[in-house]
Design a protein around this ligand. Structure first.
Ligand code: SF4
Ligand code: SF4
Length: 455
C-alpha cells in the first residue's frame, strides 16, 4: 500500500497525543527549555544552517563512555564480519545469483531500472578513490580556464579567526554539495591502528605519505571535518531492495567525487592542505563534532535527517573553532523505542534497555559503551539479499521528512523530555510509517532534484 499520503493534521495530532495546550504547558514544566506550542509548530525545517534551539550543545556525548580497554581499532582480524574469506566468497556468489533471480521474478525494487539506479550511483567514487589523496588536485590549465596558481598571486594565505575559518569551510562545503558539515579537533583514538593494508601512524612531518604497509599522517592535520549528504527519503522507503540502496550510493559518489576533491582544492588554494581520504573512524569523529548521536543501531541519527544520510571525514590543517557534541534525547528515546530491533530481520540489534561494555564480535572495538550489534547476522542478511538492507533506518521514527511539522514536534519533544517517548513509538506504528513502499509507485512520480529529497 502506498504511504505517500500518511499525513495528519495538527488538531488530530494533538488529539492523538492526548494533549491540549495546557497539557503541553505541563510538559513544559517538567522539561525546562520547552517552548510554547505555536513556536513548536512553526519551527522552520532544515533549511536554516544554525543548530535549532532544541539541539543542546554538551561537553561530552552521552554515548561516549570509554574504559582502559579502548585502543585504536586494528582491522587485521582473521574474519570478515565473523565469516572466513571462503564463507564470505560463497555468500557473495549466492548474493549475485539471488539478485539475478529476483530481477527475473520482478521482486519489488529489483527491476533492471532499479538495479541501474543503484549500480550507476557508485561509479565515480570507485574510480576517483585511488587518486583522491593527490595533494594538489588541479595543476594545469584547461581550454577555457586559465589557472592562476595561488603562489602566483603574490599574497599570503587567507585566514580569519578560528570562528571565521569554521564558517568559511562550512560555506564552501555546502556550496560543493553537502547537507551537513561539522568540525572537531582530531582525536587519534578515532583512527584505525591498522587498516589491514597499512599501519597508520601520526608523525611530526610536513607531508602525508603512503608506502606499502605504512600510512603517515602529519600531526599538523588537527581538524577532522565530517561531511554528510542526506538520502533521497522516498527511495529509502523502498528498502530492502536495490532501489532502496540507490539513495545511499549516490550520496557516497557525490561526497567522494564532487565534495572532497573540490573542498581539498579550495583549502589548497587559500594556503592550507587536506587529506580527503582518511583511515578515520567516521562515526565517533562526527559525534564529537555534534553532527549526530549514536543510537541502538550502533549507527548515527541526526536532528535534521534522522539516520538517512551518509557521511565521511576529511582532515585539514586549516585552524578552526571546533563544534560541540549534541544532545537531542536519543539515548533516552532508544532506551524505550526498540523499533529498529523489532524490525531487524537478522536479529542483529540489541533489546538491552541500556548500552553495555560487552562487544558482540571482533568487528566491534572494545573499551567503549554502546548497543553493540551482531554484524555477522547483519552482513549475512546483506549478502543473502545482495542489498545494504537498511530496514532499521527505514523504520526509525526519526527517519521522516524534516519539513513535516508533526515530526519536528516529536523530535523537539523527545529532545526535552522522555515523558512521551513510548507513546511516540506507538504512534509511529499506528500512523503506518513503517513498511516498504512500492517501487513502481515511486518511479511513477515526477522527481525533482531537491524537492524529491525534502518532501
Ligand atoms: S541493516 Fe538490516 S540486518 Fe542490519 S541491523 Fe539494520 S535491519 Fe538489521
Ligand atoms: S528505531 Fe528507535 S531505538 Fe532504533 S535507532 Fe531509531 S529511535 Fe533508536
Amino acid at each position: 500500500m502506498s504511504k505517500f499520503h500518511s499525513t495528519v493534521s495538527r488538531r488530530d495530532f494533538m488529539k492523538g497525543l492526548g494533549l491540549t495546550g495546557a497539557g503541553l504547558g505541563a510538559a513544559g514544566l517538567v522539561a525546562p527549555g520547552f517552548h510554547d506550542i505555536d513556536e513548536l509548530i512553526s519551527m522552520p525545517g532544515y533549511k536554516d544552517t544554525e543548530r535549532k534551539w532544541w539541539v543542546e550543545e554538551i561537553e561530552n556525548p552521552k554515548m561516549f563512555e570509554f574504559n582502559e580497554e579502548y585502543s585504536r581499532y586494528d582491522q587485521r582480524v582473521p574474519t570478515i564480519y565473523g565469516y572466513t574469506p571462503a564463507e564470505f566468497g560463497q555468500l557473495r556468489d549466492d548474493a549475485k545469483a539471488n539478485t539475478i533471480e529476483n530481477c527475473k521474478n520482478a521482486v519489488n525494487g529489483y527491476s533492471r531500472r532499479d538495479l541501474a539506479l543503484k549500480f550507476g550511483g557508485r561509479t565515480a567514487s570507485q574510480v576517483v578513490n585511488d587518486v583522491l589523496n593527490t595533494p594538489t588536485w588541479i595543476k594545469g590549465n584547461s581550454m577555457n580556464m586559465v589557472m592562476v596558481q595561488p603562489e602566483e598571486l603574490g599574497v599570503g594565505k587567507w585566514s580569519g579567526t578560528p570562528e571565521e575559518n569554521t564558517r568559511t569551510l562550512k560555506n564552501a562545503a555546502r556550496f560543493y554539495g553537502v547537507d551537513l558539515v561539522t568540525v572537531t579537533e582530531l582525536d587519534e583514538r578515532f583512527f584505525y591502528a591498522h587498516t589491514g593494508k597499512a599501519k597508520i601512524e601520526f608523525r611530526d612531518v610536513e607531508e602525508y605519505s603512503e608506502e606499502p604497509g605504512l600510512t603517515i599522517i602529519p600531526k599538523k592535520f588537527r581538524y577532522a571535518v565530517s561531511l554528510a549528504i542526506r538520502w533521497a527519503t522516498p527511495i529509502t522507503k523502498v528498502r530492502v531492495s536495490p532501489l532502496g540502496d540507490a539513495s545511499g550510493r549516490d550520496s557516497i559518489d557525490v561526497l567522494y567525487t564532487a565534495v572532497k576533491p573540490r573542498l581539498s582544492e579550495f583549502l589548497r588554494y587559500i594556503g592550507y592542505s587536506a587529506i580527503p581520504n582518511t583511515p578515520a573512524l567516521d562515526v565517533p569523529l562526527s559525534i564529537a563534532g555534534g553532527m549526530a548521536e549514536l543510537t541502538r543501531t550502533n549507527r548515527l541519527v541526526s536532528p535534521q535527517f534522522g539516520p538517512s544520510f551518509y557521511m565521511t571525514t576529511l582532515l585539514t590543517d586549516f585552524p578552526m573553532a571546533p563544534d560541540k557534541p549534541i544532545d537531542i534525547g536519543l539515548k533516552e528515546f532508544c532506551t524505550s523505542c526498540m523499533k529498529c530491533a523489532d524490525a531487524c530481520p537478522s536479529g542483529a540489534l540489541s533489546f538491552e534497555k541500556e548500552p553495555y561494555w560487552e562487544t558482540k564480535g571482533e568487528w566491534n572495538n572494545k573499551g567503549h559503551k554502546a548497543w553493540f550489534e551482531n554484524s555477522k547476522n547483519c552482513m549475512g542478511f546483506w549478502l543473502e539479499t545482495n542489498t545494504l538492507c537498511g530496514i532499521c533506518f527505514r523504520e526509525c521514527p526519526f527517519s521522516k521528512y524534516d519539513v513535516a511539522n508533526v515530526h519536528e514536534l516529536i523530535k523537539i519533544t523527545a529532545s526535552k523530555t522522555s515523558l512521551f517517548n513510548g507513546f511516540f513509538r506507538n504512534m509511529d506504528d499506528f500512523m503506518g510509517y513503517g513498511g516498504q513502499w512500492d517501487a513502481e509507485e515511486v518511479w511513477a512520480r515526477e522527481w525533482s532534484p531537491r524537492a524529491w529529497y525534502a518532501k
